[in-house]
Design a protein around this ligand. Sequence first.
Ligand code: ATP
Ligand code: MG
Length: 374
Amino acid sequence: MDAQKARRDSLLQRNMLLSMRLDNGQSSQVAGSGAKKVLNVARGGANGVSKTWRMSHSPQRAVSKLSSPPKASWNKPSATRKTGTERSLKPSPIHSKPSVKQPPFLGIKSLSLDDFDIGKKLGKGKFGRVYCVKHKKTGFICAMKAMEKSELVQYNVQKQFRREVEIQSSLSHPNLTKLYGFFHDDKRVYLLMEYLVNGELYKVLKARGPFNDIVASHYVYQMADALDFMHQKNIIHRDVKPENILMGFGNVVKLTDFGWSIISARGVRRKTLCGTIDYLSPELITSREYDDKVDVWALGVLTYELIVNSPPFEEDSKDSTYKRIVSGDLKFPDTISSDAQDLIRKLLRHKAKDRISLQDVKRHPWILKHKSFW
Ligand code: ATP
Ligand code: MG
């Protein structure tokens, strides 16, 4: 792992712990009483008594959780119980841009690890390993993330994990990594995701970056479209950065890692500190209330990083980075085109309400000028 990534990761860990602490108290209207039930897994799972690891997959249900707890249960000891996979693979009514090929095992009553051939390891996350797998019966290839239940419980991230699954499975957009569903056994939870063959954008950027304006504008357009789609569903991603963007064929990029995503009704402003230091907006750093404009800021940082190869406020210490972000100390190398600078300045406006809209990002001159070359 290179020094820059290690620095970003260690700072993220710090933010994570802080955020978990804050989230426990502040985001209860989203997870509602479900969080308490998730905790039961640890106890039930450990002593073999009934488990109630609850999981809702419909975004409408997720939204309705703002006022009521989820109804479905993973391990409900009942003869009529449906498996998690069965429920999670049902198409959701929120799918307004169905673009991702659905797996042919959609509709199969239940899945287990034995149904898959396990291929190469694609990577390792904080709480699990990701493998390329093939569904034996249908030959369908996808990515499988295996996570130890005990680790999720140990780090007390069940609520965050549950939210991640609910949100990711509810969204269908060509630039969002699709979560097809999940299943679990005594020890692990397995997430089945769309397989993105070319891995993390961050690694490609480090190996081949910086990108020229044609390539970068294509990626920025796709991310603007994905975020616009999420924001229309009242979902804030909160952790946009090249590490969380995966690459498919033909320069298609897909946002992933919905671990910090949150459903936040329009007009409701949030306070939980989360995200990665270089991508934090001024309002996040100064602990002010914020809304979906934090993603617009992060898109500005991303645009800069794609064409310069380092984020705009990067410094050795986090305090220096914070200071530069809050004071708006934005500098450009001479090589950056004036159109690109204009878009970045409009994305990185200090006041959230002054930032450019995602629709306007998609028709900004820097984008329109390069669109025909994509
Ligand atoms: P987290 O932040 O949730 O701990 P992470 O972002 O560190 O996790 P994961 O999302 O668990 O990492 O993925 C680990 C690695 O596996 C990624 O860096 C990526 O290279 C690879 N990977 C994850 N999902 C996919 C996918 N759907 N297709 C291809 N590769 C993937
Ligand atoms: Mg990640």
